[in-house]
Write a protein that binds this ligand. Structure first.
Ligand code: SAM
Ligand code: SF4
Length: 329
């Protein structure tokens, strides 16, 4: 029975859990070049991450997505996947990754019960990839996607953040790549999380409608009613199994149907991506170790903090000071 209902009648069924704030990339829309990461003692332990997941599943959460930072740089991540994958009642278990660790980890993740993977990929040009991620190697990510397929992952989805003047000329190429490799793909509007100085967000903003128009030059898009409990709106093409999704926090506000909460790597329960309302669950777990009932009571109680909506705008102003890697994208 689901016990997580907020003041607006929304039922919380989906947890996005950040397992680290660290990352081997420094994507220009996500992080600054010089990042200071959390001291280890402030990050939830693997046991705490498992206890939290158990509490949420017992309260009725059906879907957990592990994210970060980059989840695959966390030591012991495959053990964590195995513990969470074994929780009775969990119906959908996913991870969002930059893909660079998939060659190494894909098989163990699949064996541990992870069902679905989202891999972030914004460009197919190696130099541009290096430019956008500051440190990344495109060939490793492509090899990682293929390794995941071989390990038995179906419905791998690409996530692409499109920035005007940086990679909007690659929208079609990314769609063709997804079709060729039999992947789904979602296009994400850049969100004003954290202060970035590398580019002017107002100037690079590319709406989902712009991206859709670029795709429709080559393929008719048929709206689909499919949902993965996430915020994507999906479209299909007549001649391919590839689904195309749009995540549009600016242009198509999805707050009224919001069914999710996030927990940061520090154990802060965030009730909304675009607001600061939160509760320190690490504090609860460290004050009352092993007390699952108290943890669950704190989570249930926090539901009344969930705000009705976010108020992102496209003028480039930072509305939330947290970087995306702190939030768990
Ligand atoms: N490291 C993993 C990855 O890149 O897939 C997981 C964490 S990352 C923060 C999750 C997603 O958030 C990625 O798809 C990334 O492209 C997206 N993202 C990061 N910063 C963003 C921003 N400012 N606006 C929109 N999406 C962003
Ligand atoms: Fe790392 Fe993902 Fe952020 Fe890129 S988007 S810097 S891969 S956490």
């Amino acid at each position: 029975m689901n016990k997580l209902v907020d003041d607006f009648g929304r039922r919380i069924r989906y947890l996005r859990l950040s397992v680290t704030d660290r990352c081997d990339f420094r994507c220009v829309y996500c992080m600054g070049e010089d990042m200071t990461f959390l001291p280890r003692a402030r990050v939830l332990t693997l046991e705490e991450l498992t206890a939290l997941s158990r509490a949420f599943v017992e309260l009725g959460v059906e879907k957990i997505r592990l994210t970060g930072g980059e989840p695959l740089v966390r030591h012991g991540v495959t053990d964590l996947v195995e513990s969470i994958g074994a929780l009775p009642g969990l119906r959908d278990f996913a991870m969002t990754t930059n893909g660079s660790g998939l060659v190494k980890h894909a098989e163990a993740l699949r064996r541990g019960g992870l069902a679905r993977l989202n891999v972030s990929l914004d460009t197919l040009d190696p130099e541009r990839f290096r430019d956008l991620t500051r440190t990344g190697d495109l060939s490793r990510v492509i090899a990682g996607i293929r390794a995941a397929r071989e390990a038995g992952f179906e419905h791998i989805k690409l996530n692409a953040v499109i920035l005007k003047g940086r990679n909007d000329d690659e929208v079609s190429d990314l769609v063709e790549f997804a079709r060729r490799e039999r992947l789904d793909i979602s296009f994400i509007e850049e969100m004003p999380l954290g202060q970035v100085t590398e580019h002017d967000r107002a100037a690079t903003f590319c709406s989902s409608d712009d991206v859709r128009a670029l795709i429709e030059r080559h393929h008719a898009l048929l709206p689909s009613t499919e949902s993965t409990l996430g915020p994507s709106r999906y479209y299909r093409m007549t001649d391919s199994d590839t689904r195309i999704g749009f995540i549009s926090p600016h242009s198509h506000n999805f707050c009224s149907a919001c069914n999710r909460v996030r927990v940061t790597a520090e154990g802060r329960l965030l009730l909304c991506l675009g607001n600061e309302h939160s509760l320190d669950l690490r504090g609860v777990m460290r004050r009352y170790p092993g007390d699952g009932d108290r943890l669950k009571a704190a989570i249930v109680d926090a539901m009344r903090l969930k705000p009705e909506r976010h108020h992102f705008t496209t003028d480039g102003d930072v509305q939330v000071v947290r970087f995306m890697n702190m939030t768990g994208g």
